[in-house]
Ligand binder design. Structure first.
Ligand code: NZQ
Ligand code: ZN
Length: 394
């Protein structure tokens, strides 16, 4: 049965500066919010690529003062967020400027909100309603993946408790994001593949939960998925292919900026299960998703979901719709696997560095919390079965 589009308010406050050379706008954008900046970055890719030097020159020329929070980890940690909050308080920071991938931008969001909170920033992860104020964020994206450049989410890891959870607030949308596809030329093939899998998963979480009746977003999502299937492998093979990088970058933002999910209910089962892999084993988010996606698809394929999966197969992979729906769905799952493999992602738990099941029980308890409302409800036992199937699936 088709679903009605539920009520929604669509309001994305992030201004996007897209294309080569847009970095020249940076000082002007920052100047709208202040002149004391916290530059947030990761392990040094922005220094190797030259973005760091360019940004420092641009900001210096406009008398903008810069303090730095460097070394943000992939799967950013609470301790790093806390370090950033301290720097902001000590130096009266007015604007937070993350330059990097999702981890760097998420960490910056944690800092921006943590600045105004008297307790631990982890309180904000546990209860986002506590976020009443945040420093303005201006982001420069260097990796097409998470969509953090145009959403209000920040996923933070707490290694002490093996928790990886998100805070979410309207106040955490970057005020502006600079998206220069050439900045992603230096992204290694592995991270490009993981990023593409992540973008695809963001769309699948919504698309495969849908039941029709929402043509605008359905056709748009098929376009996003086709874009990833086409350009992900190209970007892995040809890192400096502007067309591929640009399409992936723009797809990254639109996959999770709130548009495709307008009026759709989804409990995001893939992310719920993957975040536990990252929390317990520190795996790369997109790789964890690539391992889980085909296994989960097979697990939830039933009479309720088969038509949706078949639609995915015909629209995204061009499988003729004259075949039986289950056959189309099966082929679609196989083709999804092949895209990941073509990009060089191997698809078992072992390939993620997970060689033991000792934490499955704990992980599944956390993951299954909220999955009873999915299009196919999943229990703790279901999640454990999916993890087990992912041990051998390839
Ligand atoms: O740290 P540096 O040196 O910058 O290197 C990074 C890092 O090692 C490197 N990299 C980034 N841009 C590069 C580059 N290397 C060369 N050239 C460049 N231009 O790539 C590595 C991974 O970076 P990271 O930021 O961790 O990747 P990603 O963008 O995939 O972010 C992953 C994090 O975002 C969260 C994930 O859970 C994970 O913690 N997510 C955030 C979401 C959100 N805010 O909405 C939604 C997502 O579903 C996701 O959960
Ligand atoms: Zn994701």
């Amino acid at each position: 049965m088709e679903e009605r589009i539920n009520r929604f308010v669509y309001d994305v406050p992030t201004k996007i500066y897209f294309g080569e050379g847009q970095i020249e706008q940076l000082a002007g954008i920052i100047g709208e919010y202040g002149s004391r900046v916290l530059l947030v970055y990761g392990g040094g890719s922005i220094k190797r690529s030259g973005i760091y030097d360019k940004v420092m020159e641009l900001l210096r020329n406009e008398q903008i003062d810069v303090w730095e929070l460097s070394g943000v980890e992939p799967n950013p940690r609470l301790a790093t967020v806390c370090r950033g909050v301290e720097i902001c308080r000590e130096h009266g920071i007015e604007v937070v400027l993350p330059i990097g991938g999702g981890s760097t931008i998420d960490c910056a969001k944690g800092v921006a909100a943590g600045f105004y909170h008297q307790g631990s920033p982890w309180d904000l992860v546990e209860d986002s309603s506590l976020i009443q104020q945040a420093l303005p964020i201006v982001a420069v994206l260097t990796l097409a993946a998470t969509g953090s450049e145009m959403d209000g989410d920040a996923v933070i890891s707490n290694p002490d408790t093996c928790d990886k959870m998100e805070m979410n607030s309207k106040l955490l949308y970057p005020r502006a994001s600079i998206l220069d596809p050439a900045y992603t030329y230096s992204v290694p093939s592995y991270q490009t593949a993981c990023g593409t899998a992540d973008i695809m998963s963001h769309v699948m979480e919504i698309y495969l939960a849908g039941k029709g009746g929402n043509e605008v977003q359905d056709r748009f999502m098929e376009g996003l998925l086709s874009t990833c299937v086409k350009y992900g492998p190209i970007a892995c093979r040809e890192p400096e292919n502007y067309e591929a990088r640009a399409n992936l970058m723009w797809a990254s933002s639109w996959a999770i900026n709130g548009f495709i999910s307008c009026g759709v209910n989804s409990c995001w089962p893939l992310h719920a299960m993957e975040h536990q892999l990252s929390a317990y084993y520190d795996v790369t988010h997109g790789h964890g998703l690539a391992v889980l996606i085909p296994v989960w698809m097979e697990y939830v394929l039933n009479d309720e979901t088969v038509e949706r999966f078949a639609l995915y197969g015909t629209k995204v992979f061009g499988i003729p719709d004259t075949k039986d729906s289950y056959e189309i769905a099966g082929l679609a799952i196989q083709k999804t696997r092949e895209v990941f493999l073509e990009m060089g992602l191997s698809l078992t738990m072992k390939d993620l560095g997970i060689a033991t099941d000792e934490f499955y029980e704990d992980m599944a308890i956390k993951a299954a919390d909220g999955l009873e409302d999915g299009v196919v409800p999943l229990t703790k036992e279901d999640v454990i079965r999916i993890y087990r199937k992912a041990e051998t699936s390839s």
